[in-house]
Design a protein around this ligand. Structure first.
Ligand SMILES: NC(=O)c1ccc[n+]([C@@H]2O[C@H](COP(=O)([O-])OP(=O)(O)OC[C@H]3O[C@@H](n4cnc5c(N)ncnc54)[C@H](O)[C@@H]3O)[C@@H](O)[C@H]2O)c1
Length: 376
């Protein structure tokens, strides 16, 4: 990279992160309860501890998982949150369970007077997501949704570059992977499949980039994993593949090609391309961003900043220092879910749908599509 290109990249790159906050004294430390001791639960606990909070307890119905995680953080372990929700030492609850359980735990925590950081997506149904919003309003406590990509340096740089490419912007994301190792990720009634579980990240990014949710949605959906043994026996298997087209106010459009139905073990890919009147931005996710415009080529490589850490550090500042809100909240969660549901409706009914008008699906798409499009 030439010095000139380096300078241009430096001018566009986000500010370096502030150093981590110093651990607070015992009395003012946030106390955290982590619900769900899987990958995300352990990650949340790690980052809460790293930003100076006290992990009070980790709970999971599988006690051995809760105990193993709790031992790493000097926390208590349990199979249910109730005793810890009554503990005044707990200020915040990190909800890191399968998605269909997010609303139940979030509402109970909010009603117990705790702040909540709930993993994304907010919920599988609007009914659940709206119940979460109502509980947050009722309690006056903070409810944030873990769209941690908003804290990813790649995303922050992409936002700056995409602004320079001009409007309207033609956005394209390709997200492909083999059948996921966690079966719940393919279960329409558990984590909801990639249109809910994965695309919510892109919907949330694009809502921020385009200043609101899409006005219309069209899509076709498939189950590429029909003949794959890894997902056999899931009663209501989610669609695992789709081509999605979103139209935003102002003429920008986005297209997502997504699949979690490729042969297991295949290398995952995530690439974004943004084309505007003034240039072209490409992102090889979390690795390289390239801007091509009239003044040449700028390449930028992401720094090793963990977006979950940055998200939790920011939420901690919001709670302890009154920092302005940056972590996405339940309104962001509802907006992304509306788009996911509009995509599922567009696939099921083979028509253009409107996220602002979407309702919960009566029933989710049938899974026995035999690699065919799912019809109404
Ligand atoms: N931000 C991201 O990019 C990202 C990445 C991965 C997962 N997630 C989300 O995080 C959530 C958890 O995913 P994960 O990968 O950690 O899953 P995981 O399977 O690793 O962990 C889930 C944990 O929840 C526990 N659990 C199951 N039923 C429970 C119940 N009734 N009460 C409490 N705990 C229960 C399980 O025993 C398990 O330990 C999902 O909603 C997923 O979509 C977000």
């Amino acid at each position: 990279m030439s010095a000139d290109v380096d300078q241009r990249a430096a001018a566009l790159a986000p500010e370096p992160e502030d150093p981590l906050p110093k651990p607070r004294d015992q009395a003012s430390r946030l106390g955290v309860l982590v619900v769900g001791a899987g990958d995300m639960g352990v990650r949340h606990a790690q980052h809460w501890q790293a930003v100076g909070a006290h992990v009070v307890a980790v709970v999971d119905p599988e006690l051995d998982r809760a105990e193993a995680a709790a031992a790493r953080f000097g926390a208590e372990a349990g199979t249910a949150p109730e005793p810890f929700l009554a503990d005044p030492a707990v200020d915040v609850v990190s909800v890191c369970t399968p998605t269909y359980l997010h609303a139940g735990y979030s509402v109970r925590a909010l009603d117990a007077g705790k702040h909540v950081l709930c993993e994304k997506p907010a919920a599988l149904t609007l009914r659940d997501a709206l119940a979460m919003r109502d509980a947050a309003e009722r309690s006056g406590k903070a409810l944030r949704i873990g769209f941690m990509r908003r804290f990813d340096p790649a995303y922050r740089t992409l936002m700056a570059y995409a602004e320079r490419a001009g409007r309207p912007l033609l956005a394209q994301a390709t997200i492909t992977a083999g059948v996921r190792p966690k079966r719940l990720m393919h279960d329409a009634l558990a984590n909801g499949g990639p249109i809910i579980d994965m695309c919510c990240h892109v919907f949330n990014l694009w809502d921020a980039m385009f200043g609101g949710e899409p006005s219309t949605v069209s899509a076709r959906g498939y189950t590429f994993s029909d003949d794959k043994p890894e997902v056999a026996g899931i009663a209501q298997r989610a669609l695992d593949s789709a081509l999605i087209m979103l139209e935003y106010e102002g003429g920008s459009v986005g297209q997502i090609q997504v699949s979690w139905g490729l042969p297991a073990g295949i290398e995952p890919v995530e690439r974004h391309t943004y084309v505007g009147p003034a240039g072209l931005v490409t992102v090889d996710w979390n690795r390289h961003i390239t801007l091509r415009d009239a003044s040449g080529v700028t390449r930028w490589r992401t720094q090793g900043i963990d977006p979950w850490r940055a998200e939790i550090e920011q939420f901690s500042r919001e709670l302890t220092e009154g920092a302005p809100r940056e972590v996405p909240d339940i309104a962001d969660g509802i907006a992304a879910l509306r788009v996911s549901l509009a995509v599922l409706e567009a696939i099921r009914e083979r028509r253009v749908t409107v996220p602002a008008e979407v309702a919960d699906l009566e029933s989710l798409p049938a899974e026995d599509s035999d690699n065919q499009e799912v019809h109404a």
